[in-house]
Write a protein of this length. Sequence first.
Length: 259
Amino acid sequence: MTGRLQGKVVLITGGASGIGAACARSMAREGATVILTDVQDEKGRETAQAIGGSYHHQDVVSEAGWISLVDGIKSEHGRLDVLVNNAGVFAGGSIEETTEEIWDNVLGVNLKGLMWGCKHGIRMMKSNPGGPKGSIVNISSVTGYVGLASGAAYTASKGGVRLLTKSIAVHVARTYRDIRCNSVHPGVIDTPMNQAAFDASGDPAAMRAMFAGIQPNGRMTTPDEIADACLFLASDEASSVNGAELLVDGGWLAAPNPL
């Protein structure tokens, strides 16, 4: 199937690499005009150039930055049809090891930044030509369901994303009817962020093998597989899917004692 997002304007945060870049490629192939943001400027520009999109440096924690970005999209494109809130960071540490700096950074990027994105994405979507319409896709995690002892701040942020998505979904459905908000929950993903963690472990091969074995299907999920899930939620094929939690985890959470 082609042209599933033909004529639509898509904004993807954290779009320079990993899941964000995969979403950018997938959605551009389906006809969307894609706008990427990130703090990795060189990679972001390369990704945008490869798909014929545009790139903007963005600190998602800044509401002023969101206002400027969305106003610029309205001025240039006149509409916003899809927002993929993908920007995120990970910091390990149990609750006893969590500092104020770690907590504020992780909750800031993963939850506060996503909240601003939803707020100002809705502001744009409700004024789209033809009436309010749009799809917001929030990237959460399997840790939005279960506790990761060695990632207290990360778990808190992704659990927050899961329930914030539901609150937003109910609000936009009741108020604007055709604006939707859903969350995607990856398991172990083969991304540059995870590879950096493997490299830092001292035995990258063993770490990769361990994480591949966590998922019942015996392998890590690819960014393209997450992008396929996001593409479905972004498209009109999901026109009645709102407030959903889409697990893409190779069966991880279906297994007993997943963490």
